[in-house]
Design a protein around this ligand. Structure first.
Ligand SMILES: Nc1ncnc2c1ncn2[C@@H]1O[C@H](COP(=O)(O)OP(=O)(O)OP(=O)(O)O)[C@@H](O)[C@H]1O
Ligand SMILES: [Mg+2]
Length: 250
């Protein structure tokens, strides 16, 4: 029997419990998660493991007290989000590292991952936008340049753990897909903005464009398309920001 000290809860979400037991990290999901979505998250993670990126290795996928669980390596360290909060004066240095890690992800290929474009157009069709806007945005998505980079699709500083020796590990592969790197950058931009960090969002996008030689105007054309697909998540407080982007499409 483990003592409380040995088992540490790390994150409690409405429908997920994340805890540590020794060198293992347990991510358990309640019944609102289908078996297929948990298996999909672990399959994504297993596929990313094969690309050689530094991520926690999956040890087991199982059922504990009737709840699906992914058991993986525990990565000892501190998230880039905590570092950014603790040392705001170092934001440029951390953003630099953050973008470099994202570019390394984009340099990888994993041909069996879901295509981001298919996932996003499906979400737009399921949104509550009126039919002609839905159609127009989905067509725009289809016309955007295809690519086959590995995309994290939830790349934000809470999903990067820096080990004591400085090695960054990337976690939380539930949304991983393949597609155009600028689409992933637009997603990250929106995550910062919806988190009330518009200034960091702007800094981040500029840096991403600088490092990749991407025209900023072009990178920004992805933002309304990602915003439209996010409407389906339906958080009321986010809706105004997302709609502002959707309506910015000429
Ligand atoms: N393998 C791991 N090793 C150490 N800490 C971890 C690990 N996985 C998760 N954590 C910690 O738990 C937190 C939440 O984990 P994770 O990002 O996987 O869940 P989530 O953000 O709730 O997922 P989702 O985006 O799927 O809702 C992380 O920010 C990190 O602090
Ligand atoms: Mg996360």
């Amino acid at each position: 029997m483990k003592t409380v000290q040995e088992i540490t809860a790390l994150a409690k979400r409405q429908s997920k419990l994340i805890y540590r037991d020794g060198d293992k990290l347990y991510k358990t999901f309640d019944e609102t998660y289908s078996k297929s979505s948990v298996l999909n998250e672990s399959l994504n993670q297993a596929r990313i493991e094969e690309t050689g990126l530094k991520i926690p290795k999956i040890k087991e996928v199982t059922v504990i007290d009737g709840k699906c669980a992914i058991i993986m390596e525990f990565i000892e360290g501190v998230t880039l989000e905590d570092l950014m909060d603790e040392h705001p004066q170092k934001i440029d240095e951390y953003l630099n590292l953050f973008v470099d890690i994202q570019l390394e992800i984009h340099s990888k290929r994993s041909p069996l991952l879901t295509k981001f474009k298919d996932k996003m157009t499906d979400k737009i069709f399921k949104s509550d936008l009126d039919a002609s806007t839905r159609y127009d945005l989905a067509m725009r998505w289809r016309e955007m340049p295809d690519h086959n980079s590995v995309l994290h699709c939830d790349f934000n500083p809470s999903n990067v753990i820096i080990k004591k020796d400085g090695t960054p590990y990337i976690i939380d592969w539930s949304h991983a897909s393949q597609g155009n790197a600028s689409a992933d950058a637009a997603k990250t931009y929106l995550i910062f903005e919806l988190d009330g960090k518009k200034d960091i969002a702007e800094k981040y996008l500029k840096l991403f464009c600088e490092k990749t030689g991407t025209d900023e105007k072009y990178a920004r054309t992805w933002i309304p398309l990602i915003a439209a697909a996010q409407l389906i998540k339906g958080k009321a407080e986010n809706r105004a920001i997302l709609m502002k982007h959707v309506n910015s499409v000429e």
